[in-house]
Design a protein around this ligand. Sequence first.
Ligand code: ADP
Length: 323
Amino acid sequence: MRCIGVLTSGGDNPGLNACIRSVVRMGLGMGLEVMGIRRGYAGLIDGEIDEMDSRSVSGIIGRGGTMLGTARCPEFHEERGRKQALRSLNRFGIDGLVVIGGNGSLTGALELGRLGFPVIGVPSTIDNDVNGTDIALGVDTALNTIVDAIDKIKDTASSHNRAFLIEVMGRNSGYLALASGLAGGAELVLCPEFETPLETIAQTIEDDYVRGKSHAIIIVAEGWKPGTLKLAQQLNEHPDSVGFSVRVTQLGHVQRGGSASAFDRILATRLGASAVRELVAGNGGHMVGWVRSEATLTPLEEAVAFTKTLDPRLVKLNQIMAQ
Ligand code: ADP
């Protein structure tokens, strides 16, 4: 292998730049040429590709976003689009590719690999739902952002004796909600993975009030149905939600930005470096994930076969801690 490419695709997060830097520097360190592909698969199809050197990734280890840009690319769902991508890879002399992204991007990587091109995936999504990694890039930073917000909201919630519904990201995954609920000491966590009836939610808030709590913090995953705003309306109309008045904060895209945590920087550096080594070792068709504190290979096919579910032990622990 003489020349490798790197791209970031799908949802962004603050771990991406550190991973790009790691791929570039490990590639150069192994005597390879490294090409940066802009705007994910869209830039790959359009040939938006530039050679990277060590200085092109200076000063980015902690910076949020992605210096290469990211995009969603409908054409890549079709074989025709993927063949155009292959043409670009050939034109630029790239003979191995590192794809940094979530489930969708990794599925794209698998499909490209099926056309015979060596691809290694690195899991990167704040949803933390990729199979074959304990934690994906960006999760730790997003969690820290959420916990910081919870702490701040608690201050004001206590002053006014309010219940706050704090909506966090995660698409169909409740991981961020559950983990931030644990770290932020929330009274209740609502995840799409399990049902929580309105009666239970209203009763929990009332019990918290009666037991003398000064506030109630309820973390709501964005994929939870019927949704945060609807829940707030139902609670404010509910006869049992006495005591606390209910307010809503939707944290939104602040969860995707900011300076990367030390953990994310190290994770991104280790997984990026490992991806290059595995590509050179001929292990295309795999994802490099983080399993029991080690960079670990999982076939891409397995990584995207299903999304990871919540650990029931964490769900139980959260319930105990919220008493
Ligand atoms: P994420 O990688 O964060 O899950 P998306 O699901 O939006 O984000 O996927 C990012 C991109 O990956 C898509 O725009 C598309 O180009 C590619 N992709 C997603 N799913 C597939 C698929 N089944 N086959 C081929 N490419 C895909």
